[in-house]
Design a binder for this molecule. Structure first.
Ligand SMILES: *[C@@H]1O[C@H](CO)[C@@H](O)[C@H](O)[C@H]1NC(C)=O
Ligand SMILES: *[C@@H]1O[C@H](CO)[C@@H](O)[C@H](O)[C@H]1NC(C)=O
Ligand SMILES: *[C@@H]1O[C@H](CO)[C@@H](O)[C@H](O)[C@H]1NC(C)=O
Ligand SMILES: *[C@@H]1O[C@H](CO)[C@@H](O)[C@H](O)[C@H]1NC(C)=O
Ligand SMILES: *[C@@H]1O[C@H](CO)[C@@H](O)[C@H](O)[C@H]1NC(C)=O
Length: 418
């Protein structure tokens, strides 16, 4: 009598705790395993598919919500496109060539651009049927003073990062462009090619071999008047010079980059003090945009192993390099295409080479958007269809050649933070 009563007393908690255990087990299967299987799947596409479909079946039987479609989800990009005085038309064109409703865009014309030019951009964005409907183009209307080569440039980039993090929590990579940059592949191609990549990768061209930059960039102290003056003037030198740092190792490279969201969060949120300390260090550094992100990423071991040593741009420097790169024209078309890069610079307004890129590489007509599978309506792309549909084009082959080679090197730890 007594034992059976005791048993009854224990049956209830045992049943409850086994139910809880079963629930936790299935939840962890659904959340942890399925996503890690996705990752493994991209490495071992055939052998893992069977295992994965086994789990999916298990889930369907026990759980009503349908599982997500197999394979990794399509990525989203967050862009900053910035310009200065006289860049309105160039920026407008680049924005159209880059546009995709999945992505998030921040545009900025700096304080040197006249108020009328900035107002014109703001009203064009407001009036635009697609932009106002999708709501993924945001203009920084309270413009920043930006000095080329100065820390105000880095501050402006971080400002855009912070806005993008606040506006959309779903993007995967941040891409920093200027109005004089132009895409060489469609966004459908870029989204498709990046789908299988680890979301942790950072495309940052870098080296620790400072060469002449040690004496001419790292040791001089400069002041950026853009930090405190309301009219634009260039950086000026201060004395004395300073020694090279010993608390961290300096890296330098291209000012153009594709950054992972986790790295952008690390830089913007600042729960680790390094990004903040380095930002202050770089306040007095010549050409800080060519060193800040390189030095941060390479001095944090977790992030150093995510770096791919390329800036995803075709840029043609004169030899010896001058302050500004060579302006690309129609005679550079072959070199531009052969680079397999997704972006190129620097272009001037309405140069014929841009029309050639539009027709040959992007299929862009009538100053409209670069067409993609999302486009619908008449004329094409005047309305947004299904923004989760992707139509990969010939750009995928070019881009894949570049990206596959680079990512393989990075996965082997080659060419990383040396
Ligand atoms: C991504 O991986 C899937 C299989 O895992 C494959 O079918 C697809 O072609 C890959 N995409 C690219 C762009 O390589
Ligand atoms: C925007 O729309 C308003 C009202 O339709 C019009 O007055 C204004 O000229 C338009 N602006 C531009 C830049 O098209
Ligand atoms: C970001 O983009 C601008 C283009 O306006 C460029 O000049 C700048 O140096 C870039 N990089 C950084 C790190 O701010
Ligand atoms: C392109 O090359 C041709 C032939 O060499 C030359 O005549 C022309 O001026 C070049 N165009 C530009 C924009 O430099
Ligand atoms: C571009 O404009 C021309 C002439 O106005 C028209 O025939 C053509 O269909 C347009 N193309 C697109 C893609 O809308």
């Amino acid at each position: 009598m007594v034992p059976s009563k005791m048993e009854k007393k224990y049956v209830f908690p045992i049943v409850i705790s086994s139910l809880v255990c079963a629930f936790i087990l299935f939840t962890s299967l659904n959340m942890g395993l399925v996503s890690s299987v996705n990752k493994i799947n991209s490495i071992f596409p055939i052998s893992m598919t069977q295992r994965k479909s086994g789990y999916v079946e298990l889930k369907v039987e026990l759980d009503t919500p349908r599982p997500p479609p197999p394979g990794p989800a399509l990525p989203r990009f967050a862009y900053l496109v910035s310009g200065s005085k006289g860049d309105l038309e160039l920026l407008w064109r680049t924005l159209h060539a880059l546009y995709h409703p999945r992505n998030e865009y921040v545009v900025h014309l700096d304080l040197e651009a006249p108020l009328e030019e900035r107002m014109a951009l703001a009203s064009r964005i407001d009036n635009h049927t697609v932009f106002s409907k999708v709501g993924n183009v945001y203009m920084i209307t309270k413009a920043n003073m930006v000095t080329y080569r100065g820390p105000t440039m880095v501050a402006n980039t971080l400002h855009a990062c912070a806005i993008l993090l606040k506006r959309n929590k779903d993007w995967d990579w941040f891409i920093n462009l200027s109005a004089s940059d132009y895409p060489l592949v469609t966004q459908d191609d870029l989204i498709y090619t990046f789908t299988n990549l680890s979301r942790d990768l950072n495309f940052i061209e870098h080296t620790s071999n400072l060469g002449w930059k040690a004496g001419q960039r790292a040791m001089p102290l400069i002041v950026d008047p853009g930090l405190y003056l309301s009219t634009k003037s260039d950086i000026y030198p201060a004395t004395p010079r300073r020694a090279l740092p010993t608390a961290f190792k300096l890296f330098t490279g291209s000012a153009w980059m594709v950054l992972s969201r986790s790295f952008v969060e690390f830089c913007v949120w600042g729960w680790d003090n390094l990004p903040r300390t380095l930002l202050m260090y770089y306040t007095n550094f010549v050409s800080s945009p060519e060193g800040y992100f390189q030095t941060v990423v390479c001095n944090v071991p977790e992030f150093a192993k995510t770096v791919v040593n390329h800036d995803m741009h075709y840029i043609s420097w004169d030899t010896p390099p001058k302050q500004h790169p060579h302006i690309l024209n129609i005679n550079d078309t072959d070199k531009i295409i052969r680079s397999n890069a997704p972006f190129a610079r620097k272009f001037i307004h309405d140069d014929p080479v841009l029309d050639k890129i539009d027709t040959d590489l992007l299929g862009r007509e009538n100053r409209s958007f670069t067409p993609g599978a999302w486009c619908s309506g008449k004329p094409t792309c005047s309305e947004v269809g299904d923004s989760n549909k992707i139509r990969p084009g010939p750009g995928v082959q070019r881009l894949n050649q570049l990206v596959t080679r680079l990512v393989m090197k990075a996965n082997n730890g080659q060419d990383q933070c040396r």
